[in-house]
Design a protein around this ligand. Structure first.
Ligand code: SF4
Length: 335
């Protein structure tokens, strides 16, 4: 049995189920944002403008240790571009030593040189892919980026890594769903899609204005049909259904963010998710401890939910949606 499977089926998941049964929160899945800095300036992203204080290597590894004792089973690492930090691989390696299921989101530009090391410490590599070459390089504002993404996905698969792509949909690439699915099928990846928000840290500002209800309902229909035809759509049926309800995806105050999953920002602030990070003042794990900070999160501020793919899949799984859990399992152990 693989180590990841042992983790997912083991004591930590039993602990999660016990906490859920009692309605008690548990930091089972945490996203660690290693930096807000980025080597790209993508057309739809304002994350780099938030770059500032970052925790040290030791502070990240201590946070992982502390959250492990509190119930952590899954650690994802993200940015900005997480690999801009020289210690990114060693922080992920620490999580793997703690027998966590690990994933990394990257734009792939710096990933190639780290692939052999990443293959030893990662379960899943998630690469941004915003369309075929023209659309991708335009959105990324980086000629050559598409070619590197494809190369990294090929090499990662050859090194034994599970891979997925994530496509941020804007008015400029709404037509790329089929092409991205085709690339993913060819490269043995799963493809996720999510709409672009006006402000990355402020859900209340809403989606980019071109992404109206009808447009996203159409995307949802195309994803559902592609999924029925066996194409590698990463999204669960329940996520696709939520996407089709845009802009009223769900209710933030009922979301499992802050209850079973959360995000650690580079300065140590714990937030339910990055989209709610500016909605109020949140606790900082460096000052009060990460387990205590997680316990003090409470429910997210009220709102119409979101369509951020990893958050929504997590919300569905932790909410007990059996189809989403089955899909997550198949994605993880399938291709
Ligand atoms: S639905 Fe959940 S993950 Fe999405 S913005 Fe609301 S609280 Fe955050």
């Amino acid at each position: 049995m693989s180590e990841a499977l042992t983790t997912l089926l083991g004591k930590r998941t039993l602990r999660l189920l016990a906490h859920r049964a009692q309605g008690r929160p548990l930091p089972y899945s945490i996203t660690f944002i290693l930096t807000h800095r980025c080597n790209f300036a993508c057309s739809y992203c304002d994350v780099p403008s938030a770059a500032g204080e970052e925790m040290s290597t030791g502070e990240y590894t201590s946070a992982i240790d502390e959250l492990c004792e509190a119930g952590l089973a899954r650690a994802s690492f993200s940015g900005g571009e997480a690999l801009l930090r020289r210690d990114a691989v060693s922080i992920i390696a620490h999580a793997k030593r703690r027998r966590l299921v690990t994933s990394l989101n990257t734009n792939a530009w710096l990933a190639e040189r780290h692939l052999d090391d990443l293959a030893r410490v990662l379960d899943v590599l998630v690469v941004s892919l915003d369309g075929p070459e023209r659309e991708h390089d335009l959105a990324r504002r980086q000629p050559g980026s598409y070619k590197r993404v494809v190369r990294v996905l090929e090499r990662a698969r050859a090194a034994g890594l599970k891979t997925a792509t994530i496509t941020v949909l804007t008015r400029d690439n709404l037509h790329v769903v089929d092409e991205v699915l085709d690339v993913s099928r060819r490269l043995g990846s799963f493809a996720y899609f999510q709409p672009a928000y006006l402000e990355c840290f402020e859900r209340d500002r809403g989606l980019q204005p071109e992404l109206g209800a009808r447009v996203l309902a159409d995307v949802a229909e195309r994803l559902a049909s592609s999924k029925r035809r066996g194409l590698p759509v990463g999204a669960s049926s329940a996520y696709i259904e939520r996407l089709g309800r845009a802009p009223h995806f769900g209710r933030c105050e009922r979301c499992n963010a802050g209850r079973y999953f959360a995000t650690v920002m580079p300065d140590g602030t714990l937030v339910p998710c990055h989209l709610t990070s500016r909605a109020r003042s949140w606790p900082n794990g460096r000052t009060m401890g990460f387990a205590a900070a997680f316990r003090s999160l409470g429910r997210p501020p009220s709102g119409d939910g979101c369509a951020i793919s990893p958050y929504q899949e997590a919300d569905l799984v932790f909410g007990g949606d059996l189809g989403a859990a089955r899909d997550a399992f198949a994605r993880f152990f399938g291709r």
